[in-house]
Design a protein around this ligand. Sequence first.
Ligand code: NAD
Length: 504
Amino acid sequence: MSAIEADSRVKNVRNYVDGGWVDPKTERFQSWNAVTGEPLASAPVSGTAAVDAAVQAARLAFDRGDWRWKKGSERAAALLTFADALAARGREISELIAYEMGKPIRVNMAREIHGAVDKLRFFAGAARLLEGQITAVTAPEVWDMTLPEPLGVAALIIPWNDPVDLAVRKLGAALAAGCTTVVKSSEITPASTAALIEVAHDCGVFPRGVINLVHGPGDPTGEALVAHPGVNKISFTGSTATGIRIMERAAKRLAKVSLECGGKFPALIMPDADLERCLDAVTYGAFMYAGQSCTACTRLIVHRSVYDRVVEGVVARTKKLPSGNPLDPAVLVGPMASRKQYDKAVSYIRLGLAERGRAVAGGDPGDRKDLFLPPTVFVELPATSRLAQEEVFGPVLLIRGFDSEDEALAMANSTPYGLGGSIWSQDISRALRLARRVDVADLWINTHYIRHAETSFGGRHLSGIGRELGMAGVEEYMSRKRICIDTRSSFHLKDWFETPEPAA
Ligand code: NAD
C-alpha cells in the first residue's frame, strides 16, 4: 500500500502510522486542483483516536526504539538516502504541488524540491556535528559538562504554501536531533506532503514509528496533536492567530514550542539604489507564486527622489509577469492556492480601496470563477490603514514615499511583525547602518529570497519565536543535560558542606 491510491481520479490519501499506511474510518475532506477547481485528493479528518495512534507510535519509537541512540553518522546516512530519493522523484512531486496549490512548476523545482533536498543533506551533516560543552574552569578533576539530548516526540504542523520544503525544515532537523515525529499536513495540500512521507517510507531507512503523518484541519486534528500529553515539542508554521492559539494551549503543559508565523515585508529603496536590479527583484519578490510566501515583498518604502520611477517601473514589470497555468515552465505567477485564500486577498484589495488607496495595477477583480488573481499595486495608502498593517498573503504590494532615513525606518517598523525585509542602496555604509535598525529577523541587502540551509531563519514579535535551519534549527529539538563528575578521591561532600568557603 502507498500514501496515495493512484488508480482513482481523486487521489485517496492516507495517514502513515508506525511504518504503515492507514485509513482511519472517519469523515474525509478534499483538496482541490487549483487550476481546474476539480477535486484532487481525499484525506481523513484525523480525530483524537487517529492522532493518538500516531503519537503513540512516535512515543514507542522514541522510548523503546534506537533512533535516538544511533550514531550521528547512521542518522546522517538515513537522511542522505532520503535526500537522494526525494531528488529522484522531484519532477513528479513538483507537478503534484503545482496541481494541488497552484505554485508554478518552475518555482517548485528550484525552491521546493531542490531546496528540500539540499536541506536534508545539510541536516545529515548536522547529525554528525551535535556537540556538548565542558567548562574549563573547574578543578581539573571535576568534569562539568552539558550534552544535547533529543527532546522526544515532535509534532510538526505545516501550512500549504511550501508543503514539502517547510515539512523538511522541521522533519530534517527533528530527525537529525534524534527525535521521533508526527507530521500534520495542511488541509489544502495533504497529497503533496503525503508524497514526501511516501519517499521517506520507500527508502526503508527509518525505523517504524520514527516518522508518522496525520491529515486533517486545525480542528480537530491540529488541536488534538497540540493537546496530546505524549508530544514534547511542537513546531508550527502558519498564521500568527493559529500560532498564538497553539502557544496558549501548549503552555498548559509547558511543551516546548517554536512558531514561524506571518510577516509584512518592507523593502527600503534608497536614492542610490541600482534601480533596474532592484525593481526586477521586488516585483518578482512580491508576486512570485501570487505572493503566497511569508517573505514575499509587501511594502515598498521609497525615497521621494526615485518614487515616480519606482512606481512606473514596478507597474510596467507587473504587467509583464509571466502568469498562467502553473504547469507551464515559463510561468512565475499561478493561481491562489484555495478559494478561502483568494477570497481573503480580494477582501483586502477591497479594503485598501475603501481605505483610500489608489490601485495603479490590478484592483478589484470583480466576480471571477477561477483562482487567478491579477497582482495589485497600491499607492497613497495611509500607513495606519489595516491593509498597511495586516498580512494579506496574496499578490498585493503597497508603495509609499519617504524623505528622511528616520521616516523610512519608522514606516518599516510600524507593523507588529518582524520577519523579512530588504534594503536597496549602493552605499554599503548606509545599507549596514539601516540594517541594524530595521526591526526584522531576516534581512537582505541588494537582493531577495537567497537562502541557505546553513543559516538560521525565523521571526520576531508577531512573526514568531524560535529558529529553523542552521544548527540553531536543530537545537530547537534538543534539550541540554548537565552531567557533573568528580574524580577526586580526596574530596568528601561532608567536608565541603562544613567548610565556610567551599571550593569545588
Ligand atoms: P494556518 O495557521 O491556517 O494553518 C497552518 C497549519 O496549522 C495547518 O496545518 C492547519 O491545519 C493548522 N492549524 C490550524 N488551526 C490549528 C489549531 N487550532 N491547532 C493546531 N493546528 C492548527 O496557516 P496557513 O493559511 O496554512 O498558512 C499561511 C500562513 O503561514 C501565513 O500567515 C504565512 O505568513 C505563514 N507562513 C509562515 C512562514 C514562516 O516561516 N514564518 C512560512 C510559510 C508560511
